[in-house]
Design a binder for this molecule. Structure first.
Ligand code: PBG
Length: 328
């Protein structure tokens, strides 16, 4: 039998492959996560994330300018705070004079075209290392946490945040934050909800970067069970009803089915967070000479697009932007 239908005809040349390609990656799809630390002229590498640094604010501003010049239009910022700044109520999370809020204001001033996405959750500021308020019995107090998150979100909007990204997974937080922002006079500040955020081992390097791992227990009473996908749709329905402008799946690579599921049902753009542990895996394999780093990273990105993500939060963002610039 000689086949007369030959799918390979559409793969014959680079020009034809370019012509029939179903998905593409643009630098404007990328969001670069960044870590800020106190001090001046500080740049410390996260040991489990080679090539990723915590920057003091002066260097961070220069880094933001560099990212912007490379075409990156959005960052998401996390603070790495000294243990002395942490307490049970995450008080520092709403301190307009604190490191995080000063960073927002100064980045906005220095690079006004850059969209600043802020993280809303208690963990970088919490002496318990949890995203929510912990009771004396060790339980996470959902509704009490909402008040703290709302105060945090409004303070970030005041400092210059463009989009608020609650990563805490408390019930009802998107609606509560939406209401708080509107009441405070920030109707145009958007919400990117961590809609399907799983209780994942892949966050290990991030917790090293912020020194933010839970002092006791785990995050399984609020982050989702990796075994579930229908539950992600339930979270999606709630986040949409509560006013989310963008919904997110996290982690990325092992959760492409969840990205697909959400993208099929979502009326707002879907983002995916290619998390710290995914970055660490590729870096480690590349370091060992076990795979072609650039090809593996580019493949991961196009797979996110194929699965239905519009927006990709990734520690590879700067490298990708540099590679794209080299090509032009
Ligand atoms: C916590 C938060 C985490 C990440 C972003 N926000 C970790 C966690 O839930 O413990 C992980 C990001 C990454 O691993 O890159 N609010």
């Amino acid at each position: 039998m000689i086949p007369f239908i030959r799918p390979r005809r559409n793969r014959v040349s680079p020009a034809i492959r370019d012509l029939v390609r179903e998905n593409s990656l643009s630098v404007t799809d990328l969001v670069m996560p960044l870590f800020v630390i106190a001090g001046e002229q500080q740049k410390t590498e996260v040991s489990s994330m080679p090539g990723v640094f915590r920057y003091s604010l002066d260097l961070l501003i220069a880094e933001c300018q560099e990212l912007y010049d490379l075409g990156i239009r959005a960052i998401v910022l996390f603070p790495a705070l000294d243990e002395s700044k942490k307490d049970k109520l995450a008080t520092e999370s709403a301190n307009l004079e604190g490191l995080y809020h000063r960073s927002l204001t100064q980045i906005k001033q220095a690079v006004p075209g850059l969209c600043i996405i802020t993280d809303v959750a208690m963990d970088p500021y919490s002496s318990d290392g949890h995203d929510g308020l912990v009771s004396d019995e060790g339980l996470i107090l959902n509704d009490e946490t909402l008040e703290i998150l709302c105060t945090q979100a409004v303070s970030q909007a005041k400092a210059g945040a463009d989009i608020i990204a609650p990563s805490d997974m408390m019930d009802g937080r998107v609606g509560a934050i939406r209401l708080a922002l509107d009441e405070a006079g920030f109707p145009d500040v958007g919400i990117m909800a961590y809609t399907a955020k799983y209780a994942s081992a892949y966050y290990g390097p991030f917790r090293e970067a912020l020194d933010s791992k839970p002092k006791k227990g785990d995050k399984k009473t609020y982050q989702m069970d990796p075994a579930n996908v229908n539950e992600a749709i339930r979270e999606l329905e709630l986040d949409l009803a509560e006013g989310a402008d963008i919904v997110m799946v996290k982690p990325g690579m092992p959760y492409l089915d969840v990205v697909r599921a959400l993208s099929e049902s979502s009326s707002v753009p879907v983002a995916v967070y290619n998390v710290s542990g995914e970055y660490a895996m590729l870096k480690a394999a590349a370091h060992m000479g076990w795979l072609d780093y650039r090809k593996a990273v580019e493949e991961a990105m196009i797979c996110f697009k194929r699965a239905g993500a519009k927006i990709i939060l990734t520690y590879h963002a700067k490298e990708l932007a540099q590679w794209m610039q080299e090509e032009n």
